[in-house]
Design a binder for this molecule. Structure first.
Ligand code: BES
Ligand code: MN
Ligand code: ZN
Length: 519
């Protein structure tokens, strides 16, 4: 059966910084000016300089924009240019872009809207509303994320700009680092979204594993593949049980990153990331109703997020040792599928009674967590998974669920999530519901009554021993219902930028977060 070929990710947008608006490439067709709300005073940032440099009277432009709320984040007022000013022989339009107070978050959001609105406009000059590096990263992340598109439709959207100039008053030497880092982080999220978009007639476990290998080709990350036979031999009973109903066998990937250099204080640190990689979740014999199954090609989002994080560690010069485990399987229905009531043995010997074959994510994660703790001696383990519909019931579709055995780790991840625009909310690993997992024939059941997100987390907790651990249940946020700022309709790649921020914060002092807007 022939399947269409989906594009890989497009060439990166070429971002550069300039101190002046006019000394730029003559081919620029779109000029973007930020509108800020300065304690109730609405103005175009740097308006006077622009007037001097270009002869464009921005105050008059702002009057023409009257009516709406031009400073609100992401509001765009488009004005055609009839008389080209000096230095812009090809200029066709000016967009006034609302950025509110100009915090990094507001800028990231506005830039994402801008990326979509500026499709087909050609090369762009964006006047920055300030000179902070955080604002520079925000524009880049917003534009790259907001322009996500992956389709085999024949009527594709017009392209976003291939070159973007960012104009800001001062040009510190830091830019050489800030720009490539922001691009690397945003593109990592693109990769995760791409993998989550792929339909499961293409995305078998083998296909996904091949793509991860390809993604990591030119990076310092090394890959080890465990095939079905090896998984059986080594006792990965959870991955085998979930994958055995599919005509495409399961696999486990181990991805290893060693920093080139790291300061003494980080040398003992070893982070293990685990991502759920179910390439399609029918529910198995405990089959899902049609509506719940329709988007289950995305049930490998955790694995995609982790693989994408790994792909960016080299570029971001992460100074911590990181190993990733991706258990990948299809949860299918067939004569060889696991049955309710089956009892399995996980890696390391714990047993589980499968009371519901649709609670498959925790079965594959359990093996990986047990292996991590037993073989890799990590200082911290973080798993990320589209694990329970309960996370969505609890938190809606904009906030991810966070569980942790460590207050310090929970706070650090929560902060990283806020900075990244991927908000998390901590839920309790409460012993109150421990009894719900009781089985009379095995160490635990995989599903029972009780709050689903919490009991799933409690199930996993038994496999991490005393190791510091956090669990991110992203079933709530893996998918966006509509275009909303940097989240384009469809997969969000939620978690990529949070984990990258958390992993790279160890090597840098935490940036000043005073500018955060209220959540
Ligand atoms: N992959 C699903 C969870 C999910 C639901 C992800 C909605 C994204 C959107 C998971 O494997 C699952 O089926 N969970 C069950 C658990 C239950 C059987 C205990 C659920 O949430 O209903
Ligand atoms: Mn399921
Ligand atoms: Zn699932």
């Amino acid at each position: 059966v022939s399947s269409p070929t989906f594009p890989t990710i497009p060439p990166r947008i070429d971002f550069s910084v300039s101190a002046k608006t006019t000394t730029l490439d003559q081919a620029v067709t779109l000029l973007v000016l930020p509108v800020v709300d300065d304690d109730g005073q609405i103005r175009v940032e740097g308006g006077r300089e622009i007037a001097t440099e270009t002869g464009i009277n921005v105050e008059r432009l702002l009057e023409q924009a009257a009516g709406g709320e031009p400073a609100h984040t992401g509001v765009i007022t488009q004005l055609p240019v009839l008389d080209q000013p000096d230095g812009f022989p090809k200029l066709r339009s000016i967009m006034l872009l609302g950025v509110d107070e100009g915090t990094p978050e507001q800028i990231r959001r506005a830039a994402a809207v801008l990326a979509r609105a500026s499709r087909g406009h050609g090369d762009v000059v964006i006047r920055m509303p300030g000179s902070e590096d955080g604002q520079l990263s925000a524009v880049i992340e917003g534009m790259v994320l907001g322009s996500f598109e992956l389709t085999v439709r024949q009527d594709r959207l017009p392209p976003v700009a291939s070159r973007v100039w960012l104009v800001r008053p001062s040009v510190p030497a830091l830019e050489a680092e800030v720009i490539p880092r922001a691009i690397a982080a945003a593109h990592a999220a693109w990769h995760a979204r791409r993998l989550a978009t792929m339909p499961s007639n293409i995305k078998s476990p083998e296909w996904l594993a091949d793509e991860v290998v390809r993604l990591l080709e030119d990076t310092p990350v090394t890959v080890t593949r465990f095939d079905d036979e090896q998984l059986r031999a080594d006792g990965f009973g959870g991955i085998v049980a979930v994958g055995q109903g599919s005509s495409t066998p399961p696999t486990l990937l181990k991805l290893e990153y060693q920093p080139k250099s790291s300061p003494k204080r980080l040398r003992g640190k070893h982070v293990v990331l685990v991502g759920k990689g179910i390439t399609f979740d029918t529910g198995g014999l405990s089959i899902k109703p049609a509506e719940s199954m329709s988007n289950m090609k995305r049930d490998m989002t955790g694995a995609a997020v982790v693989a994408s994080v790994m792909s960016a560690l080299g570029e971001l010069e992460c100074q911590v040792r990181v190993t990733a485990l991706l258990p990948i399987a299809e949860n299918a229905v067939s004569g060889s599928a696991s049955r309710p009531g089956d009892v399995i043995t996980h890696y390391g010997g714990r047993t589980t009674e499968i009371t519901n074959t649709d609670a498959e994510g925790r079965l594959v994660l359990a093996d990986a967590l047990a292996y991590a703790v037993d073989q890799l001696k990590p200082s911290t383990v973080i798993d990320i998974a589209t694990l329970t519909g309960g996370a969505k019931v609890a938190l809606g579709t904009r906030i991810g669920a966070l569980f942790s055995t460590s207050d310090e780790l929970a706070v650090a991840l929560d902060n990283a999530g806020q900075d990244a625009g991927e908000p998390l909310w901590r839920l309790p690993l409460s012993g109150e519901y421990r009894g719900k997992l009781h089985s009379s024939v095995a160490d635990a059941v995989n599903s029972s009554g009780g709050p689903p997100a919490i009991t799933a987390a409690l199930f996993l907790k038994s496999f991490v021993g005393d190791t510091e651990w956090a669990h991110l249940d992203i079933a709530s946020v893996g998918d966006a219902e509509e275009d909303r700022f940097e989240w384009t309709k469809g997969p969000t790649g939620f978690g990529v930028r949070t984990i990258l921020r958390w992993l790279t914060q160890f090597s840098e002092p935490r940036p000043n977060s005073d500018q955060r807007s209220e959540k």
